[in-house]
Write a protein that binds this ligand. Structure first.
Ligand code: KG4
Ligand code: ZN
Length: 315
């Protein structure tokens, strides 16, 4: 069983190929350099660049694994959520290849893909409790099978990655600034006071309050001409952004008693998030605790291919 999967939901166009559960290739064309000058992703530009990059991605896949297109049994693609223009490009490509090869065309959910990224080379034991932390989402899901996902908590406003990037931008870092904030946070001490948003008994999250408080603090310090201790500031932001996640995830573990604990999405590359997951897994002696390999944290086709294969196997 060979599946070709296309991911195009945001500013990465990527194709992954999986054969009987083994990832054969994961080609990613990132547009970060093109969007940097605007301080964030410009949806219209993202869709147009996907079209421009398509030939390169397809050729790269073919060259890397000497792909005989007739051996593909299924074409999968990210159908939602994501930027409309970007998603449409992926759908058109999938439908064209699928129709040409006369094989099934399978639409997939991007968040489910992020969850399955960590099951590449490391099978899940169900039920799985998954934290999804990305530029567009902050969620906790309970996964009972590749076809059974229950969202038990979600952000009510900004996503965690989005708040990292916006605070980073005010600090003067290039887009996406999340990784830079994480890097400096590891060198600092959380000495600045920032609020813990939505620190309540629900499993929902909120990041707009923290983002605003952090940006206001930067402006206040600037007005008073007080130098910002940048490493300590980043450490304080990271502490506030991840502490509520750790507390809510711990409560979810106690309530849902998962066999696997995992994390997915761009922010799963974050050092504090990764140690939090590993520590919770150890504390509750969860059968499997899996953090994704770095190349599968941000958007990629391999995770969608993995999800498609898991669904196929289950069927
Ligand atoms: O999953 P992803 O590639 O795109 C979406 O589906 O949103 O996530 C991208 C996000 C960006 O906001 C980026 O700043 C953030 O992931 N990110 C990080 C780190 N690495 C990537 N945020 C904090 N710490 C990191 N180490
Ligand atoms: Zn994503």
């Amino acid at each position: 069983m060979k599946i070709l999967a296309i991911e195009s939901s945001c500013d990465e166009l990527s194709i992954g190929v999986i054969e009987n559960g083994r990832i054969l290739c994961n080609v990613v064309s990132s547009q970060i350099e093109n969007h940097k000058q605007f301080g964030g992703v410009v949806p219209e530009l993202a869709a147009r660049l996907h079209l421009e990059n398509l030939n390169w991605v397809l050729n790269e896949v073919q060259e890397k694994i000497h792909l005989d297109w007739n051996t593909i049994n299924q074409v999968a693609y990210t159908a939602n959520p994501g930027l409309l223009g970007s998603l449409i490009i992926g759908k058109m490509v999938a439908e064209t290849i699928g129709a040409y090869l006369d094989v099934p065309i399978v639409p997939l959910d991007h968040i489910e893909g992020h969850i399955f990224a960590s099951s590449i080379d490391n099978d899940f034991v169900y039920p799985v409790l998954a934290l999804i932390v990305s530029g567009g989402h902050t969620q906790i899901e309970l996964v009972r099978s590749p076809n059974d996902f229950e969202i038990i908590g979600s952000t009510i406003d900004d996503a965690i990655g989005e708040s990292y990037d916006k605070v980073a931008r005010v600090l003067g870092f290039d887009y996406p600034g999340g990784p830079q904030v994480d890097k400096l946070a590891q060198l600092g001490t959380p000495t600045y006071q920032l609020p813990l948003s939505k620190n309540d008994q629900s499993y929902d999250f909120s990041y707009s309050g923290l983002k605003t408080a952090a940006i206001n603090l930067i402006h206040n310090l600037n007005q008073k001409q007080e130098p910002i201790k940048i490493n300590d500031f980043c450490a304080s932001f990271q502490e506030a952004a991840t502490k509520v996640i750790a507390m809510k995830l711990e409560r979810a573990i106690q309530e849902y008693k998962p066999q696997t604990l995992t994390v997915g999405g761009g922010v799963s590359a974050n050092s504090k998030i990764r140690t939090t997951i590993l520590e919770l897994g150890k504390k509750y002696q969860i059968t499997k605790t899996i953090i994704p390999k770095f190349q599968y944290c941000t958007d990629n086709g391999a995770m969608m291919a993995q999800l498609a294969y898991a669904k196929f196997k289950k069927k």
